[in-house]
Design a protein around this ligand. Sequence first.
Ligand code: HDE
Length: 712
Amino acid sequence: MSSITAGAKQVVSSIADNAKMASLTQFGVECGPSQRMTTDQGLHVADTDNWLKVGSNSTVGPALLEDHIAREKIMRFDHERIPERVVHARGAGAHGYFKAYDSSVEQWTKAKVLIDPSRTTPVFVRFSTVQGSRGSADTVRDVRGFAVKFYTEEGNWDIVGNNIPVFFIQDAIKFPDIIHAVKPEPHNEVPTGQSAHNNFWDFVGLQPESAHMIMWVMSDRAIPRSYRMMQGFGVNTYTLLNAAGEKHFVKFHWIPELGVYSLVWDEALKIAGQDPDFHRKDLNEAIQTGAYPKWRLAIQVIPEKDEHNFDFDILDATKIWPEELVPLHFVGEMVLNKVVDEYFSEVEQVAFCTSNIVPGIGFSDDPLLQGRNFSYLDTQLSRLGVNWQQIPINRPVCPVMNFQRDGQMQMKIHKGTVNYWPNRQEAVQPVAVSEGGYDDHVRKISGIAQRTRGPKFNEHYAQAQLFYNSLSPTEQTHLQSALAFELSHCEDPVVYRNYINVLNNIDYELAKYVAVAVGGDVPDTSAKRNQGYKSARLSQVYYAPKEPTIKGRRIAILLADGFDEAEVVAIKALISSASANAFVIGPRRGKVYAAGEKIGVEGGGIDADHHFEGQRSTMFDALVIPSGEHVALLMKSGRAVHWLREAFGHCKAIGAVGQAILLVQQAINLPEVQYADPTDSSTEVVASYSVVTTAHYGVSTAIGDASKMTLS
Ligand code: HDE
């Protein structure tokens, strides 16, 4: 527990230093027992349970409309909802901070947030799914939003990114089409939280620029284990400007400290039913137990003069900049260390805009980005109203001063007699660039206005192949299964047959596998030869942390009455000392008794956090079974055995001590399973991480490395 306590102490000081948290405290409202109930006008309320009615002590008569207290209460309730986001409606958010490592990137940018290591910049991050509505499940197959708002001293800067580095379309004008196609179909509003339907695959089949993105969305990236274990990408091409006025193109990357891990598909399906809030809770649980999620920010930089030196167009958001060609430079670190106090006012009302930038950062002609710069500002008007910038979570921490005025829900009272510039009083003067005013990144523009894209925008398959080829064999298998699942949900043969042809432009064997699985026609030959190129950085295996860690992982200790108490104490201590969270799972919630203890004895037993059905194995990363007489009970419990088998099937790390090894052996019942040391039943083994090697799948893991293994 010691490292968790130390972490918690540390956060107190960093939250106290966090300018955004300080600014939010003035809006905080305590709702405790010392507070007394009033109307919105401050009138004390004596009865909030009974509408004013006509009647006597023996009869109930009609309710009176004159009851101003009831009317106010109902009216406020009727208007609680605001429109949900048209995409990314379901999300979770947290506060934290960003710190630059050093000033090394000042060669490219003058943005203080990126080059001043003495600064701690407050951030607010919102993660999301894209397709589902606000009440949909967290673990569905989907792109995840990864939006970061930096509250810098020069104004708010937003990187509104995703956990996938490319996008479905190249031109923003196609956004309504792709979103209509993926969202529930118009005639029946089906399906929720899924892209597995006719309209989506119809659209992407007719829009081959989606091919690269489809490879990512069908990969394990789209079913992350946790928001804490995802990469983030700005996707679009922005620009950097240095103090000398030189311009570079830039892409932003977030790399998680914990590595990039995913659920297996069967887990994702089950968790969507067992705990639809799995990711939301995971984020909060990690922060509340001091396992603060952390990412490194990196940039890829291309000098302005090299814009056209690549096979692909660097302004095309359906392409990555392979890291072998354009390496990453690490800029700083982001830590999330504070959960929100109120979901609606913070996570629901936060408004991100790609157009929020600070001096040293600018836009490019990326046609997706240009459309986004219009769309985000526009959408906030219908979600939040014209004065959305004044909502506490959206306010910058630096002064805001201009002649933008009035509108619904104006919260400020501006003093003075003028509201325009120039004015005779020289009130509210613009700031010269030399004094920190924003300077647009000057560029020469010439050409003919026409509806077109650059010639390099026409190639759609090279990077789709690159991504597919770069995956490990297990990841490739998962991708094939995902495609087969999705296309099986398309009823219209035109749709899945056409998509098999698209796949045949990427890889013949892939197209063949899917065609056989979904009942389509196997193509005769490949339409485009797979060039066979690979990039090491595209498989998520590449991002495994150098030092294995179980920080913030959920580890179950499975037991019944008669367990070995000393072992359980040792296991729990060990798990906590590694900043992971131990949960006791027993036959019932509440007291479970150790060997030698009388069942039901006052003051005895330990508390099981959940019973076998209360939280299933899908909710945990690893499992330990201590030794003791309880093993005989567990062996007889169908639920306990199922728990264990399911954990094994999902390739969880499983630790067992003493007699429990036999339980594992019997429950799994696979002759190939080998045990680290089946004869050793001492608690020592637990203390040094007992290992079960699942030789059958060619993988081996320990409690010390709860990283996901994958079934092939
Ligand atoms: Fe978005 N997107 N988007 N998007 N997007 C929105 O803005 C839009 C795109 C992303 O947690 C909306 O405030 C257009 C790419 C995230 O609040 C809307 C285009 C990427 C979030 C909008 C794109 C994103 C949004 C809906 C094509 C990854 C959630 C609500 C040109 C880089 C932010 C809102 C949050 C939300 C428009 C494409 C990421 C309608 C027009 C590419 C993470 O403005």
